[in-house]
Design a protein around this ligand. Structure first.
Ligand SMILES: NC(=O)c1ccc[n+]([C@@H]2O[C@H](COP(=O)([O-])OP(=O)(O)OC[C@H]3O[C@@H](n4cnc5c(N)ncnc54)[C@H](OP(=O)(O)O)[C@@H]3O)[C@@H](O)[C@H]2O)c1
Length: 268
């Protein structure tokens, strides 16, 4: 985190360790559900992360651990520790270059594979029918698993149609529980729907208080596609952790800015 964004009197490490507030180094927050967190304590809250039900019946935790910057031994430890404090959704991608570390972290956590919800993403260089199948197998091997809970097309570039057809087949073979997209706008989803036999279960897009995605959210709700937020804390930018408007809301409820931002995402 950029030190200039660090709230006075809040030590980030202590913040996480004391468990008195909801926090994580990186978060993926699925939106568009009626369920709202009820508990106040970090540990009990993580122990009771509610699920949202995707359009194919698959259950997906509403709060997850993003691994974008976590590689090597730090990646292994971060993922293992995130799981040990209660995270079950782990979000990675081929382009993060950390699927091996994420897989090792999952293994070291000692939690059964079927209790985890693992997302990875197909990078643009691998767009196309054959290359998607190859990239998927590579991701599986690196993660040390024989299936993914969610596989997303990372960006709408190249032969999306070929990729989607490959992903539909992998889904039918039972190798992916749910298939989805990321960074698609409504027009791009409409186009995909002209040939898709399976509707995307999720669209993961940048969403936070400074980029609320109101129109996209309406469209996704109407289309029964789960919206999932990436960079729920605006990647620490725009002074999100010290923003006065957010702080004034937090003051009323005795919460720090990060908690207010998460609550807003859940309520949306
Ligand atoms: N699909 C896509 O195209 C896409 C794009 C970007 C990201 N993502 C996914 O979304 C995940 C999260 O996004 P992100 O990492 O870009 O941004 P983010 O979660 O919005 O923000 C991360 C930043 O917030 C800080 N932070 C987190 N919790 C905090 C708290 N409670 N108090 C104070 N500071 C806090 C972190 O500090 P520290 O450095 O101290 O931890 C870090 O600097 C990624 O890991 C990745 O899985 C997907």
């Amino acid at each position: 985190m950029d030190p200039k964004n660090q709230p006075k009197g809040v030590n980030r490490r202590k913040f996480l360790q004391t468990g008195s507030m909801l926090a994580a180094s990186a978060l993926i927050l699925p939106l568009g559900t009626q369920q709202i967190f009820g508990s106040e304590k970090f540990n009990s809250l993580l122990a009771s992360i509610p699920n949202t039900i995707l359009n194919n019946g698959v259950e997906m935790p509403m709060l997850g651990f993003g691994t974008n910057t976590l590689r090597g031994e730090i990646g292994v430890k971060s993922v293992s520790q995130a799981i040990s404090v209660g995270y079950r959704l782990i979000d990675t991608a081929h382009i993060y270059g950390n699927e091996e570390s994420v897989g090792e972290g999952m293994k070291q956590s000692g939690i059964k594979r079927e209790e985890l919800f693992v997302t990875s993403k197909l990078w643009v260089d691998d767009a196309g029918y054959e290359s998607t199948k190859e990239a998927f197998e590579l991701s599986l091997n690196k993660l040390g698993t024989d299936y993914l809970d969610l596989y997303l097309i990372h960006r709408p570039r190249g032969d999306v149609k070929g990729s989607w057809q490959a992903m539909e087949e992998l889904h039918k073979e039972g190798k992916i529980k749910a298939i989805g997209i990321s960074n698609f706008d409504p027009k791009q989803i409409d186009e995909l729907m002209t040939y898709a036999k399976i509707k995307p279960a999720v669209n993961q897009i940048e969403t936070h208080v400074f980029n609320q995605q109101t129109e996209a959210h309406k469209y996704l709700n109407k289309s029964d596609i789960q919206m999932e937020a990436w960079s729920p804390f605006a990647a620490g930018r725009n002074g999100i952790f010290t923003n006065e408007t957010i702080a004034s809301i937090g003051k009323k409820y005795n919460k720090v800015n990060a908690q207010v931002c998460l609550r807003w995402l859940f309520q949306e």
